[in-house]
Design a protein. Structure first.
Lengths: 289, 501
């Protein structure tokens, strides 16, 4: 997601602050690990090895390989499992955000641009949904439709579109009354033309910021669902699933829950800082203050 | 730092606090030697041992100290308890003579009417145990101390069935609030009950025998294993049970705790849906069994705290017999698969109920790994219990892994309840097996009955209706000051002999 490409295009002449560079490097590293990690260190959920179960980090396994982060309760290498999990977690995060932002932006722009009854209906639905804790809603929907990759993405997108819709609507409201929009309209531009050429470009930056902030939350939400057994099916490695599986071994095999927990925390913190810094730089209200 | 990241932080902190609050047991600070603090691993949702919960271990483990049966199973033998003696005036009648002078905790005397009302309520309750009494035609009470159970066919399981029927006072059974604080003739009566959270028992003042050594038993539900162990080590509870093998090893090292491991009537089983391809072929079913190295699973996954099964029910159960083991032989598995027409294996699914049993996910993943080695791809389906049960009963599955418990200690409970073709629980139908099981149920001569079950067990085992991997041991852990704990093979510990120094 919003890593290197975001930082370079948004540099706009000013020196890049550490708040962008550092987390961007870390996030980039995660993406890299998720993409090439599983190729280098394959994870086969079916390849269990009971003799190697619950081995601490830095243990040589029965097949001669070294387990850097230890093994889980059925003797599978934790590092390989986490790399495979990173791929799933990042993919779920990215897919959810794309879906949620598409729905949210579409509804938000429609509501903000035309206003009236559409606006009232869409934004009241959004308000009602915001009244529920999003994880509660996710748990409810997930329990009803059952565990699968697509379902998890759908469930999380349903809980996230509201944020995008609100930002898109607010931005649309300000932009549509600006003089250049009025000018286009006077020249006979259609609504579609105005939305595509005037409004959507102005939405890119704020939506990107929201997306970075939401990214961390979505990954945590996916982990929570997997932790509760409502996420992805057993056999598909995810961080949340691994953390959950290690719960009953906390006292005698701390690494199972701890390692993916640390990985998850670092990623979420970095994405959060990145989103924060981007927000500071891009938010016109803050800049002019 | 602005409000967005602070918001994330706040949410994270709130989440952690919530998680911590959920994990922490609410522990009262009662420290007296007169109170035994027990942490049960599964929530006690109801104390009504006559209805839907009549076979539910948490419910029975509490109620067995409150309500007493006519006969009780001790050291594998059925012995009189409330009944003094029994006889069969004819083949369709069981006559029980009650002991004189037994009173309930409210002072009223135990009569045959109470026995009749209790049995009737169990049958009418349509719970999991009511099926055991399907042959009962009438319950008669010729006098205050005599009960006749009349059946329409011969019923050989009356005694073991009765060992599961705690007798409650007839008058109280009509009171809908009775099961909030039930009482009977047992050493304890219920003092306090909050469903799913807390049960307190206090000594029954009217108890005829020697009073229980501890005045008050307090059951608290602590779901997380780690939470229970911590509570034990911090002297917040005195005893718990149902620990997974990996945690047992850790607790054994503790200076202040004692671990007791003992065999139970419980075993793991994996059923094939024999009405579905390819499990209609016995060779496929046997092949999957030969593909698994049980010894290795026992040694590493269960840390040696289980036994490789020798029959479809554990050996301590009445009617169990030793069968020929299935050797770990992947070559033979492949050969059987090839003979059955699946030289390259096949794809199937296995479902189980999440958190249902010891190490179940690890166990399932290990089995799947063994099957993958002979070419059988099994997709795991971990389901929430309600969904699992619904699928199970609708036969909407390929194979399933679960733990069973023959709580009556009598083969009939498991074999005839589940494997009769009329029960239709796993799509397996075998007229020869049906005949054996029905004959065993109708046999009043208990030795003959045991022989018939041994034959039935052999068919189930050799036909590989399912895979019977391991007989489970139970691990109870208590603080060193607790004495008098007696292991119970039912997997439901009693505390009426336990005291604290």
């Amino acid at each position: 997601m919003a890593d290197l490409s975001a930082t370079t295009t948004l540099a706009s002449g000013r020196a890049l602050p550490l708040g962008i560079v550092l987390p961007a490097i870390v996030v980039g590293f995660y993406v890299l690990a998720a993409v090439i990690g599983p190729i280098l260190l394959g994870f086969d959920p079916v390849a269990t090895s009971l003799a190697d179960r619950l081995k601490p980090p830095m243990t040589a396994l029965a097949n001669g390989s070294l387990s850097l982060l230890g093994t889980d309760a059925v003797g599978r290498d934790l590092l390989a499992q986490m790399l495979a999990g990173a791929r799933i977690s990042l993919a779920v995060g990215a897919a959810t955000l794309v879906l949620a932002s598409l729905i949210g932006v579409a509804l938000g722009v429609v509501a903000g641009y035309w206003g009236g009854a559409v606006d009232t209906v869409v934004m009241r639905i959004a308000d009602i949904q915001l009244g529920f804790p999003s994880i509660l809603l996710a748990v409810l929907v997930a329990a009803v439709i059952g565990p699968s990759l697509t379902n998890v993405i759908l469930v999380l997108a349903v809980t996230r579109w509201v944020v995008f819709a609100r930002v898109a609507r607010a931005q649309t409201l300000t932009i549509k009354s600006r003089t250049f929009v009025d000018a286009s309209r006077t020249l006979g531009a259609t609504d579609a033309h105005i939305i595509i050429n005037c409004i959507l470009p102005a939405l890119v930056a704020p939506i990107l910021v929201v997306a970075t902030v939401q990214f961390g939350l979505v990954i945590v939400a996916e982990a929570s669902l997997s932790f509760l057994g409502l996420g992805l099916p057993v056999g598909i490695p995810t961080w949340g699933g691994t953390i959950s599986a290690g719960r009953s071994y906390l006292a005698n095999a701390w690494w199972i829950s701890t390692m993916p927990g640390i990985a998850l925390s670092i990623l979420v913190i970095c994405v959060g800082i990145l989103g924060d810094t981007l927000r500071d730089r891009l938010d016109p209200n803050l800049v002019t203050r | 730092m602005n409000h967005v990241s602070r918001d994330i932080f706040r949410r994270t902190i709130r989440g952690l606090a919530l998680a911590a609050a959920l994990a922490m047991p609410s522990v009262a600070l009662a420290q007296s030697a007169d109170v035994l603090r027990i942490a049960n691993p599964v929530a006690v949702t109801s104390l009504d041992s006559f209805g839907a919960q009549s076979a539910d271990q948490p419910t029975i483990s509490v109620m067995q100290q409150v309500l007493e049966p006519l006969v009780i199973r001790k050291d594998g033998q059925l012995q009189p308890l409330l009944a003094a003696s029994w006889e069969n005036p004819d083949e369709l009648t069981w006559r029980f003579h009650l002991n004189e002078g037994i009173t309930f905790a409210d002072g009223s005397p135990l009569t045959s009417a109470d026995v009749k009302a209790s049995l009737q309520r169990l049958i009418d309750g349509k719970g999991p145990l009511s099926g055991l009494w399907g042959a009962v035609e009438a319950i008669e009470t010729p006098d205050d101390l005599t009960v006749d159970i009349k059946t329409n066919t011969r019923l050989g399981t009356v005694l073991s069935n009765l060992s599961m029927l705690g007798i409650a006072p007839a008058a109280a059974l009509e009171d809908p609030n009775f099961f909030n604080a039930p009482f009977g003739t047992g050493p304890y009566r219920v003092a306090e009950f909050t469903p799913s959270q807390f049960v307190a028992l206090e000594r029954n003042p009217e108890y005829r025998g020697e009073p229980a050594p501890t005045a008050r038993l307090e059951y608290r539900y602590i779901p997380e294993v780690s939470g229970r162990i911590t509570a034990l080590e911090n002297n917040e509870i005195d005893v718990t049970w149902g620990l997974p093998p990996d945690q047992v090893a850790q607790v054994r090292d503790s200076q202040s705790l004692t671990v007791e491991s003992f065999p139970t009537f419980g075993n793991y089983y994996m059923w094939y849906n024999s009405s579905r391809e390819p499990f209609t072929d016995v060779r496929v079913r046997q092949a999957m069994w030969h593909a698994i190295d049980m010894e290795e699973i026992k040694t590493f996954l269960f840390d040696g705290t289980a036994e490789v099964a020798k029959g479809p029910i554990p050996q301590d159960i009445f009617g169990a017999a030793e069968q020929t083991p299935y050797a770990y032989d992947p070559e033979k598995a492949r050969q059987l698969l090839a003979e059955a027409g699946y030289p390259n294996g096949f794809t199937t699914t296995m479902m189980w109920s999440s958190m249902c049993c010891t190490n179940i996910r690890e166990f399932a993943e290990t089995l799947i790994s063994y099957w993958a080695a002979v070419g059988i791809q099994v997709t795991p389906q971990e389901l929430e219990r309600a969904t699992w049960l619904e699928n199970l009963l609708a036969l909407n599955w390929d194979s399933t892994l679960a733990e069973g418990n023959t709580i009556t200690g009598d083969a009939d409970f498991t074999l005839a309840r589940l494997y009769l073709s009329t029960a239709n629980r796993m799509g397996y139908a075998n007229p020869e097996l049906d005949e054996l099981l029905l004959a065993a149920r109708a046999e009043i001569d208990q030795d003959k009955r045991a022989e018939l079950y041994a034959e039935a067990g052999k068919i189930i085992w050799d036909d590989a209706v399912g895979i019977f991997p391991l007989d489970m041991m139970m691990h109870a852990v208590y603080r060193n000051e607790v004495t008098g704990f007696v292991p119970t093979p039912t997997g439901m510990p009693r505390f009426d002999t336990v005291s604290k120094q």
